[in-house]
Design a protein around this ligand. Structure first.
Ligand SMILES: NC(=O)c1ccc[n+]([C@@H]2O[C@H](COP(=O)([O-])OP(=O)(O)OC[C@H]3O[C@@H](n4cnc5c(N)ncnc54)[C@H](OP(=O)(O)O)[C@@H]3O)[C@@H](O)[C@H]2O)c1
Length: 331
């Protein structure tokens, strides 16, 4: 198979850098260009030091981009849609990691969670990769909403997130003395990802998801704790069956619910660098509350890994190609 020529726009950022790491080792891919305005003409290893001895590529500016087969766009929200016409003229296929095209199939983009949109991805040229917190939440709750098993207006989700979610631009809140050791509630309501979650978990009827986000002492990772209230009197074995039916054949979803040991439920730390989404649950013995817990690496299943999974699907390549790292333990 001839190699697919790809370029990354915004490769000096955390999501673009992670994508570069993955694409350099993908057997069907050639990385043609990587852009950064700040670091133009410098080696990509200036901002991605983990890639030393693996590439001699240098950053170029966005205006120097040449035609390629697939453009991965890793720009901040708002920047990507502004340049959409330029990007479209450069590549027949675009995978965008920002929030610009995630809602309402804007400009023909397919929402980028493969587990929900695999068939559409096989036919599309444009994928809008899903938000990281949205990915963790949607994958955790999809089996329950799809099968209409929960109260549609009582769901409460709390995500705990690491600092790399905020990208590599520093700010007052990311300054080390202010960020280190914190547990900071930064978006108790009104998080941007809430709309994506509602879009993907709605199956005809209106739903409500009460969503909050808290920053914690962690570099990579999202842990979503989702409280739902069951419509029916289901036992844990019934819930197992439903999750197995919906997610059992998914290469990157693991149901994690052990009776013993210290890793009984999903933990983001174990997923660093992997494309897995681990999902666990426990039924409250005293009520109809079910707690579903999911974990991902925000830069992998929440960004670059999921984008590469979509790329593989769009090109009829085995979905797991370039994504087989199982993680590290201990870490
Ligand atoms: N971090 C995550 O966990 C995560 C997860 C899912 C999705 N995403 C999305 O992926 C995109 C990139 O996120 P990131 O975390 O990688 O951000 P980041 O670390 O801040 O990187 C942003 C990239 O865009 C470039 N850029 C071009 N024009 C820019 C502008 N006007 N302002 C700022 N940067 C500009 C930056 O490089 P130059 O300034 O050198 O050109 C840099 O390469 C965002 O839309 C984000 O929402 C991120």
């Amino acid at each position: 198979m001839e190699k697919i020529k790809t370029s990354i726009v915004g490769g000096s950022g955390y999501a673009g850098g992670e994508l570069l790491r993955l694409l350099l080792f993908h057997p069907n891919v050639e990385v043609q260009q990587v852009t950064s305005e700040r670091f133009a003409f410098k080696l990509v290893t200036r901002t991605n030091p983990n890639l030393r001895k693996n590439t001699t590529l240098k950053f170029c500016q966005m205006d120097e981009l040449k035609s390629c087969d697939v453009l991965f766009v890793c720009l901040p929200h708002g920047s990507s849609s502004k340049r959409f016409e330029q990007f479209k003229s450069l590549a027949p296929k675009i995978i965008d990691l920002s929030a610009d095209f995630r809602l309402n199939k804007k400009d023909g983009f397919v929402y980028g969670i493969p587990e929900l949109h695999r068939e559409e991805m096989q036919k599309t040229n444009f994928v809008s990769s899903a938000g990281c917190n949205a990915t963790a939440t949607i994958l955790a709750l999809y089996p329950l909403f799809k099968n209409n098993l929960v109260d549609l207006h009582k769901t409460v989700v709390e995500v705990k997130v690491g600092s790399s979610e905020g990208g590599n631009k520093f700010s007052e809140s990311s300054h080390h003395p202010e960020r280190s050791g914190l547990v900071r509630s930064f978006m108790p309501t009104n998080h941007r990802h809430n709309k994506e979650i509602i879009q993907e978990l709605s199956f005809g009827e209106k739903i409500t998801v009460h969503f909050s986000a808290t920053a914690i002492e962690m570099v990579r990772g999202v842990l979503a704790t989702c409280h739902v209230f069951l419509n029916e009197n289901l036992e844990e074995k019934d819930i197992w069956k439903i999750y197995r039916k919906e997610h059992g054949n998914e290469p990157f979803i693991r149901i994690v619910k052990d009776r013993e040991g210290i890793y009984r439920y999903p933990e983001p730390k174990l997923l660093i660098g992997t494309n897995y989404c681990d999902i666990g649950f426990e039924k409250d013995p005293n009520s109809n509350r079910l707690v579903v817990i999911s974990a991902i690496d925000n830069l992998m299943k929440g960004a670059a890994g999921q984008a590469l999974q979509a790329f593989n699907i769009m090109h009829s390549i085995d979905e797991t190609t370039g994504l087989d790292f199982p993680g590290l333990h201990p870490i």
